[in-house]
Each structure stands twice: as C-alpha cells, then as structure tokens.
Design a protein. Structure first.
Length: 75
C-alpha cells in the first residue's frame, strides 16, 4: 500500500516536472530557483526540474524518430 502510494507520487512529480520543462521550451519561462534561500532545497528543486528536462528530451527524441508523428507545417 505504501509503496504503491510512493510510486504514484513519484510518477506525479515526474509528470509535473516534465510539464514545467515543456512550458520552458515553448515559452521560455522557468521557475526561478534562485529565490530559494536554502541551498539544499534549491539543489532539490534544480534536480527536480532537471529530471523533467531529461524526460522531455527522451519523449521529444522518440517523437522525432517515430512514424506516428509529423512536423506541423502551419507554424
């Protein structure tokens, strides 16, 4: 029960981090980790955001190399 809940929260955190990475890539806006005064907490937030960047990169590379996705020519 506890492990299932922990896995669920972990997946939710990774999804949130990936969405924030997508917002950064599409708009250029990123959470400002420098506003966090505690160096340990700042490091955790930066690693959290880094995980989302990595997951986003993997998904993007998969989409580029997939036959199921095509480049949108409208933009």
């Amino acid at each position: 029960m506890v492990l299932g809940r922990l896995a669920h929260y972990t997946v939710d955190a990774v999804l949130l981090s990936t969405v924030l990475a997508g917002v950064r890539r599409s708009s250029g806006f990123v959470p400002d980790a420098n506003l966090i005064s505690d160096p340990t907490a700042r490091s955790v937030v930066e690693k959290f955001l880094g995980v989302g960047e990595t997951v986003f990169d993997v998904f993007q590379a998969s989409a580029v190399n997939s036959n199921y996705f095509r480049k949108d020519t409208k933009h």
